[in-house]
Design a protein around this ligand. Structure first.
Ligand code: DUC
Ligand code: ZN
Ligand code: ZN
Length: 478
């Protein structure tokens, strides 16, 4: 078993920072010690197999991205990252655990959907991974399957109030699923947008000749998100189920969550880097390159990017500071322009929804520290510690402490990261939604269960080294 000492760095946790050395023994953190400590009279730096000098750098728990969609079938195609390419990209960016969404499609058994996801991931991941379960067909058999889900290490499931005819659940189905969740302790994750109303707006826009990518955002107006968020909160309130609303982008939806939390309800919300940094106007500001105005398709995702002029971004950052929103995940769902996003040329409703970002979350959120939006500790909390607590991984993941998995990132605040297809990009995409972003920081070294997977701009990981992690129930259950 290899022993490693990470020495001279500033260890950052959700609650503070300290100058400390971290001793790793095999796959596990053995000790967090005062700098230069001896152990049983032995100079550690001389006795370990490997020393990582983290002087001047931050030593943080590896990121946990609790919302990814590797290989998700969507809109007649599938997300372009496999578990192999997507977890490799995640590792490059300092994320050492993903929680991906296994899919039960309409007419399929939940058990078969989950088994299919195990098959896609097993032996292919560079880092550890868990699953949430998408339930795309709530019926008696699915409800029964939900009762056994936590025993499989899958302690959360997702419903969609959007996408009628695909993943959509109506209120009756949501109510029934939440009753099971209230009983079993499963976390209900909700895609909160009013799908049937959105679909009417989509048809009306298309009929009026408004076919470009920007109209995706027009159809998915903030009212659609606020209304569905409120409805989900009310159904959760009635049933007593804890609720986690995914990819919150509208400030009005944040206000719904904040009000419910203020009233004592057990509800949570995540946002994503795209809603903090990008806006609806990006669809319009398309450069006139080879893609022409259709370039805006790169930013088609749901919930959609919101208009700059409505000031959603300021509210999202503020909610992250005040804990009205608890986490940032990516909703990583990459599609290439060629052959994928292009399916929607002339009809925005056929553009596969999704943005790739699993590689950039830690950097983009660190820029939030540099820009004064969040503290260093909050950066670690919303990218690693809370995801671990929210989804039953804490203790093993999300914290640097003895006994935890040695998932550790050495982050250089004096480093620099240029984001773009040419410079840094390892996701399986022919473009980057983040092209041209410059970050005042750099992921130097990434350790996944004691193995160095990225070091000094070199990838040292291997497909198959990552394992499925069985998750416990959320620590936020009442
Ligand atoms: N939103 C996306 O942008 N992509 C996949 C599914 C979703 O809900
Ligand atoms: Zn969603
Ligand atoms: Zn998603």
């Amino acid at each position: 078993m290899t022993t490693t000492l990470i020495t001279g760095g500033t260890v950052v946790s959700a609650t503070g920072t300290s100058l400390a050395d971290v001793l790793v023994d095999g796959e596990t953190i053995r000790a967090v010690l005062a700098p230069g400590s001896e152990l049983l009279g032995v100079d550690l730096a001389r006795s370990v197999d490997r020393v990582i000098d983290a002087t001047g750098k931050y030593v943080i728990p590896g990121g946990i991205d609790a919302h990814t969609h590797m290989e998700l079938p969507f809109g007649g195609t599938a997300a372009s990252d496999t578990f192999e390419t997507g977890t490799r990209a995640a590792a490059w960016g300092g994320t050492t655990t993903i929680i991906d969404f296994a899919v039960q499609t309409y007419g399929q058994r939940v058990e078969d959907g989950l088994a299919a996801w195990h098959e896609k991931a097993a032996g292919n991941c560079a880092i550890d991974y868990g699953f949430h379960q998408i339930v795309g067909d709530v019926n008696e058999a699915s409800l029964q399957a939900l009762r056994g889900l936590a025993d499989e290490g899958v302690s959360s499931y997702k419903l969609f109030m959007a996408y009628p005819g695909v993943f959509y659940s109506d209120d009756a189905q949501i109510l029934k699923a939440m009753q099971v969740a209230a009983d079993t302790g499963l976390m209900t994750m909700m895609h909160a947008e009013n799908g049937p109303a959105i679909d009417v707006l989509v048809q009306q826009l298309l009929a009026a000749g408004r076919t470009g990518p920007v109209f995706h955002g027009t159809a998915r107006a903030w009212q659609m998100e606020e209304e569905a968020t409120h409805r989900a909160i009310m159904l959760a309130n009635l049933t007593g189920a804890p609720l986690y609303v995914v990819h919150v982008s509208a400030k009005q939806a944040v206000a719904q969550l904040a009000a419910a939390r203020d009233a004592g309800q057990n509800v949570f919300g995540e946002t994503c880097p795209q809603y903090l940094y990008l806006s609806l106007e990006d669809h319009l500001g398309a450069r006139s390159d080879e893609w022409g105005e259709f370039e805006g398709a790169k930013w088609v995702c749901s919930t959609p990017l919101r208009s700059k002029h409505e000031h959603h971004q300021d509210e999202l950052w503020s909610a992250l500071r005040t804990n009205d929103l608890q986490m940032v995940s990516t909703d990583h769902c990459p599609f290439c322009m060629k052959d994928q996003k292009e399916l929607g040329r002339g009809d925005f409703s056929k553009i596969p929804n999704g943005i790739g970002g699993v590689e950039h979350r830690m950097d983009l959120l660190y820029q939030g520290v540099v820009d004064g939006h969040i503290s260093l500790e909050r950066w670690v909390e919303i990218t690693a510690t809370t995801p671990a607590r929210m989804f039953g991984l804490y203790g093993r993941k999300g914290v640097i402490q003895p006994g935890a998995d040695a998932d550790i990132v050495v982050y250089d605040p004096a480093g620099h990261t240029s984001i773009g297809v040419e410079q840094t990009h390892h996701m399986n995409m022919d473009h980057s939604a983040w092209e041209g972003f410059e970050i005042d920081g750099h992921v130097d070294t990434v350790m996944s269960r004691g193995r160095i997977v990225v070091d000094d701009r070199q990838y040292l990981g291997r497909a198959g080294d990552g394992s499925f992690v069985k998750r416990g129930l959320s620590q936020y259950l009442l």
